[in-house]
Design a protein. Structure first.
Length: 435
């Protein structure tokens, strides 16, 4: 790792890209601390500490925004609307033939899909910004805080519109910053912004674990959390690099006096083919009942049961439902993003075949069989990664920030960024046959 960064600093182009990325990240973190107009900063600060310590319904979303959501800043929504829009459009490509056609058109079609994603991101930012402002005005953003009702002193229509427009503009700015990093910086911009948002909350979370600990002034609790985190990092690195390589052989064919083909390659199928998307889907689904119960202000049996069982992340009912939803969405997302029939047709059209498997339908059935066998351990791995650290850290405090989802995203983005840096270093250092 140190040698990679040393070579990167020695390469002029990569050094410029790294400095540009760091500059954009600094702007992003500054915007995450600038409050929007119409919000009482003093009352927000009074309620934030209690909300972070007590968990709260918006804990995971607040972590993804780098703590900006509960602070009600310009970048309060962060990159979440863009992530939601990207996932929605990816799912719609299966339902809407026009989007599926654009996806197969190459760069031009992908550019149109990207433009649709931007439009949908702005629309989602307006809806989510309106919901955030309404939640803050009603005091439901910080339940139990005496100053929650005075967070937005002026409840006029003009003030509300300005607040929503400011949050929407901040989301559009975050989206633009992410695209700038992708074009002129190092790595994928959107992924890096999520990485920075989550990583910025980890030091405070670890220090909270130390302060809440009782054994040896909290240092035993601190060390235990660090060891569990390192074990989870090692597990994530091991599984994220694991893949099943399905061999593909291309037949040799003669064109004139030249022979083409005859090469052997493979189809890399990752164990965790779905990535972190099933965890996000499961969190969103479990978030809805608790949100309905909170805003209904009902004291009936169903509301009490939901509040008692589906708000705390370490409750047995929540853990079981979360795990089952992750497994379900892992299979669902893999079935949408990877089509064995299309892959089998592409292999056949290119004159290839899997050794021992006939081309066409048998190849598709074989790929479907292999994919199902890989998805089972991948989905169970996602469930364990999402739940084990959360349950373990809940006994030490700071469970909102130190979750398995956070560790999975940080390690995955870090590995992908290092791979891109390595590939660029190899391109710059390649001399070829002639100097």
């Amino acid at each position: 790792m140190s040698s990679v960064f040393t070579q990167m600093y020695k390469t002029r182009d990569l050094r410029k890209k790294l400095l540009f990325t760091l500059g954009v990240v600094a702007l992003y973190r500054i915007g995450a601390h600038v409050p929007i107009p119409g919000v009482s900063y003093e009352n927000v600060q009074r309620c934030v500490s209690a909300a972070e310590a007590g968990g709260g319904l918006l804990g995971l979303v607040n972590v993804f925004s780098g703590g900006a959501l509960l602070q009600i800043t310009v970048f309060a929504l962060g990159i979440l609307p863009y992530i939601t829009a990207s996932i929605v459009l990816q799912l719609l490509t299966v339902v809407i033939p026009r989007l599926d056609t654009l996806k197969k058109e190459g760069p031009s079609g992908q550019a149109k899909i990207t433009q649709y994603t931007r439009y949908l991101t702005v629309g989602l930012a307006v809806l989510q910004g309106t919901g955030l402002v309404a939640t803050a005005r009603s005091g439901a953003l910080f339940p139990g805080c005496p100053a929650a009702g005075a967070i937005v002193p002026d409840s006029s229509v003009l003030t509300t519109v300005v607040m929503v427009l400011t949050i929407t503009a901040g989301t559009a700015c975050v989206m633009w910053l992410g695209e700038l990093i992708t074009e002129r910086g190092v790595g994928n911009g959107m992924s890096l912004l999520i990485f920075i948002s989550i990583a910025s909350t980890l030091p405070a979370a670890l220090w909270a674990v130390k302060q809440q600990g009782r054994v040896l002034d909290g240092w035993v609790n601190f060390g235990s959390v660090v060891l569990v985190g390192l074990a989870m990092v090692a597990l994530v690195v091991f599984v994220e690099q694991a893949q099943r390589r399905v061999p593909v052989q291309y037949a040799k064919r003669m064109v004139g006096r030249k022979a083409y083909g005859g090469t052997a390659t493979y189809i890399p199928l990752k164990v965790n083919q779905a990535g972190v998307v099933p965890v996000i889907f499961a969190s969103s689904i479990l978030y809805v009942p608790a949100l309905i119960a909170q805003f209904s202000h009902s004291t009936s049996g169903w509301a009490t049961w939901i509040t008692g069982n589906f708000v705390k992340g370490d409750h047995p009912f929540y853990v079981a439902a979360y795990f089952l939803l992750i497994v379900f969405f892992a299979f669902f997302y893999v079935s949408i993003t990877f089509n064995p029939e299309d892959v089998a047709n592409n292999i056949r059209q290119a004159g290839g075949f899997i050794p021992g498997i006939r081309a066409g339908t048998p190849t598709a059935e074989y790929l479907h069989y292999v994919l199902n066998r890989l998805t089972w351990p991948g989905s169970l791995y996602l469930g364990l990664i999402a739940l084990v650290p959360t349950v373990a850290f809940a006994s030490f405090g700071g469970a909102n920030q130190l979750t398995g989802t956070s560790i999975l995203i940080i390690v995955s983005v870090g590995l992908e960024t290092v791979k891109q840096i390595n590939s660029q270093i190899e391109q710059h250092s390649y001399e070829g046959f002639l100097r």
